[in-house]
Design a protein. Structure first.
Length: 235
């Protein structure tokens, strides 16, 4: 039986929802974030605020929420020519992938998270990847996660479980999941304190939170929140 988990936690909507679910399921939960030279580095500050608010607002989870870790992955920014690590406009590439795709990012994240989990004796790796409502990244696919789970378990001789709570749901359902886990208090926490915008915009307040409202991440969050809000109004 799994009792401990490490959540790959960026401080965004998806990873915050995943963290809430992990806290509702496991006895001890730790978090890990990555600094890879991302343009939206404001998320590194947002994640600390989200952790603080979860501890203060959700006393039923606070005692389960353990140590937070931040790993320096500057090398990923050095080998990536993407709009998340360079000051370039968002566009589609000839490969059919958006230039927000950072090759190897989730593979590296999971490998280092597994190494940390090995040392910290944590059994489950929780990540907010999704192939239902996403930007087309191949390292977010279910097949990729299954392959990584096998490779990491074999390579470290420790049986890891990679859990992907959002894999088969869209952004509207992600908002609904947050509400089911923590009520409107968690929904409002996500709106006020999480960060998703690729441009790092914390000046423009939208109905769904802070962001430019135009980058791919904001567009996904906007559409999901609009659908969630419409369903909420029909209850």
């Amino acid at each position: 039986m799994h009792t401990t988990a490490l959540v790959l936690f960026s401080g965004g909507q998806d990873s915050t929802t995943c963290l809430a679910q992990a806290l509702s399921k496991y006895e001890r939960v730790e978090t890990v974030g990555f600094d890879y030279g991302q343009r939206h580095s404001v998320e590194l500050q947002a994640r600390l605020v989200v952790l603080r608010e979860i501890r203060s607002q959700f006393t039923q989870w606070a005692h389960k929420l353990g140590q937070d870790h931040l790993l320096d992955l500057a090398v990923l920014g050095q080998v990536s020519e993407t709009s998340l690590t360079r000051d370039t406009a968002f566009r589609m590439e000839s490969s059919g992938l958006p230039n927000t795709f950072v090759p190897g990012r989730n593979l590296l994240f999971l490998t280092l998270a597994a190494a940390l989990a090995y040392r910290r004796d944590l059994q489950v790796l929780v990540t907010g990847v999704c192939e239902t409502d996403f930007s087309g990244y191949p390292d977010c696919r279910d097949d990729t996660m299954k392959a990584m789970q096998l490779a990491l378990s074999l390579g470290m001789d420790k049986r890891f479980l990679i859990e992907t709570p959002l894999m088969w749901i869209d952004k509207a359902a992600t908002w609904a999941l947050a509400e089911a886990l923590g009520g409107q208090a968690l929904v409002q926490l996500i709106i006020e304190h999480t960060h998703t915008c690729y441009l790092g915009d914390r000046t423009h307040r939208q109905a769904w939170g802070y962001g430019c409202g135009q980058c791919p991440a904001c567009e996904l969050r906007l559409r999901g929140y609009a659908a969630y809000a419409a369903a909420l109004s029909r209850r």
